[in-house]
Design a protein around this ligand. Structure first.
Ligand code: BYC
Length: 475
């Protein structure tokens, strides 16, 4: 591929047409990415025409250009949010110094590792979701799935850009590796646990986009504070796209709840078995999926007490989400206390240096953000005249990372014995039977405007188009 083709093909604001080194790296990587997309991306929809949003610039007009495109022809671009003139480091030991336009040698391997970890999640999620298209509940949802997928692809490009532009040969090698690890692969799995779980039903997809993508939002917000300016600017732009992914999750769960309520009203009963017989997903099953996906997303924040997190903060590598809203940006002699298991079935208070508690601080902000959807869904339930309440389980429940890893608790976070915990998991997490039931509903609906029986239609279509617009033409 000639270099002129390359910069025309890749919308960017990084002056790609003048950067020979970057062009050479991308000439190599771009065909490998396309091969990966064909092998590991959405299965079977390569020839479909999809109504997609493409970022062609960072301003209001450019970041959301809509049009119909076949996914392999999607123009994955490279964008950094506009530079902030005179930006200085906003936290840690380097606070007040000018931000870095190159990676300082002493932090190089740490930055590379964080960028690789972030980059790894993006293609992982596309791989996890690759079979979902076959069971889409509507063309509207199919289009949203593909929009999320192509944008995760673009987020991979964003991290690969940083690896290529700032990390030389080892960056190029890491970029290749990002296409070699695969979700759930026994030999070369994705780096973070959750990203190796398949997502093979749409309820899980909505949970993933609500809970897991929101972890993405908070990690990106923390990286957007980084002293390494290209990383900060790249992640700031990624956040504009991330909002749609969480919209898909929040409205998806809301539509499942709405459909359950319609059926409950028709039946005049909230009996879960009757709701299921009528082809909708009962609210207790929705709650169990929430318990599973929330606990799994919490693990993505790392441990409450983490010397890694402490040194990221001290060195200006990764801050807190919306760092400016905190009062102390150095946190030198401050501490953070949290509740941990005491090893004897009870709870004790632990105190750690605030710097080492940054994972917990970020996670707390995430949990607050998760609660917003619950208010909306519970309002739907209340308005429909039912008394059920959907709620977040305790952040101690069902954990595999951090202070509560492997400790049995009830849904409210009280430590319980082994047998009682097995009972809580049985009633509080999706059982084989629940999963079978949800899967039994997954049937492809592709008539424009039609919805599967287990989900209500959305309130409105995409970009002011009607809900019954043919968002995907299946060629
Ligand atoms: N799985 O000190 P600790 C997204 C490792 S999602 C496996 O407690 P630390 C997206 C850890 O690496 C956002 N390993 O934690 C969403 C460390 O290993 P070493 C992705 C784990 O290092 C949907 C050891 O355990 N972005 O964008 O402070 C769709 C001790 O760790 C896990 C990022 O994650 C785990 N869950 O923080 C698409 C941002 N947790 O050093 C996309 C970049 C911990 O002992 N990553 N470990 O060998 C980070 O900032 C950090 O790596 C973490 C962990 C927050 C993940």
């Amino acid at each position: 591929m000639s270099t002129i083709d390359l910069s025309a093909r890749i919308p960017n604001n990084v002056n790609l047409s003048a950067d020979r080194t970057l062009q050479r790296a991308l000439e190599h990587w771009q065909p490998a990415f396309l091969d990966w997309w064909k092998d590991m991306g959405p299965s079977d929809f390569l020839a479909s025409d999809v109504y997609l949003r493409t970022a062609t610039g960072v301003d209001a007009a450019g970041w959301a250009s809509y049009g119909t495109v076949k996914m392999p022809d999607y123009r994955w671009g490279i964008f950094l949010a506009d530079a902030e003139v005179g930006r200085t480091i906003g936290f840690g030991d380097h606070m007040g110094e000018a931000v870095w336009q190159q990676v300082p040698g002493e932090y190089r391997s740490t930055f590379r590792r964080l960028i690789v970890t972030q980059g790894d999640t993006e293609p992982a999620s596309v791989e996890q979701q690759r079979l979902l298209g076959h069971t889409c509940p509507s063309l509207y949802d199919l289009r949203n799935l593909f929009q999320v997928n192509v944008e995760e692809g673009r987020h991979l490009w964003a991290m690969v850009y940083l690896l290529h532009a700032y990390f030389g040969r080892d960056g190029r090698e890491e970029a290749e590796e990002l296409l070699m690890r695969h979700s759930g692969d026994a030999d070369k799995p994705r780096i973070l646990g959750t990203f190796n779980e398949p997502i093979d039903d749409w309820l899980s997809f909505f949970m993933f986009t609500y809970f897991t993508d929101r972890d993405g939002k908070y990690q990106l917000k923390s990286l957007a504070e980084s002293a390494f300016d290209p990383l900060a600017r790249t992640t700031r732009f990624m956040l504009t796209e991330e909002a749609h992914h969480m919209f898909v999750g929040e409205t998806g769960i809301g539509r499942v709840v709405r459909r359950a309520l319609e059926v409950m009203k028709e039946l005049g009963s909230d009996d879960p078995a009757a709701v299921r017989r009528a082809g909708a997903i009962d609210l207790p099953t929705v709650q169990k999926y929430m318990n599973f996906w929330f606990s799994s997303a919490l693990d993505l924040f790392g441990s409450e007490s983490s010397s890694n997190a402490g040194s990221y903060f001290a060195n200006g590598i990764k801050g807190r989400p919306d760092e400016a809203k905190f009062t102390d940006h150095r946190e030198i002699d401050t501490s953070y206390s949290f509740q941990a298991p005491d090893g004897a079935g009870g709870v004790k208070t632990e105190e750690v240096a605030m710097r080492n508690a940054m994972n917990a601080v970020t996670r707390n902000e995430y949990v607050k953000d998760c609660e917003i959807g619950f208010k909306r869904w519970n309002k739907l339930i209340e308005r429909a005249g039912f008394t059920y309440e959907l709620k977040l389980p305790s952040d101690r429940f069902h954990r595999t990372i951090g202070a509560w890893a492997g400790i049995g608790t009830d849904l409210a976070g009280n430590p319980v014995g082994k047998e009682a915990y097995a009972e809580v998991c049985k009633s509080g997490l999706p059982s084989e039977d629940d999963r079978r039931f949800v899967k039994s509903l997954q049937q492809r609906v592709v008539l424009p405007g039609k919805m599967a029986a287990w989900i209500a239609p959305p309130d409105r279509g995409i970009n002011n188009l009607p809900v019954d617009y043919e968002y995907v033409r299946l060629n």
